[in-house]
Write a protein that binds this ligand. Sequence first.
Ligand code: ZN
Length: 148
Amino acid sequence: MSDLRELYQEVIFDHNRHPRNFGVLEHPTKVAHGHNPLCGDQLTLYLTVRDGVVVEVSFQGQGCAISTASASLMTEAVKGKPLAEVEQLFAAFHTMLTEDPTEPRSDLGKLEVFEGVREYPARVKCATLAWHTLHNAVLGTDETAKTE
Ligand code: ZN
């Protein structure tokens, strides 16, 4: 189990040091902002959605290692996916971090590196910020996503 934890931490460190899909999209069809006042994490998410599919996604911002790594892994996870699947991922990710660990849930692949975050409620907000922001972007709300 500790080997797995180390591996998970390694993935988080790597995505924090070298965030994937980091930057501004040229012609996004959706943009949303996210802010986690508790930790000070801020991010802007850019999406290009065509025919209900996320064709391009990127983010910019500043935050702690967990929020940056989570945003990075999220962009990898949703790129090329239909919006319906993206919403399912959001729901499953949220369930993994907030609900009873013994409850059955869908397989989240690489995103499971954040499972241990559940033990630190303040950090859950860091890990879910990018997802709440994505959710708002998909819905097209202009409001800034807040974790509070
Ligand atoms: Zn944070």
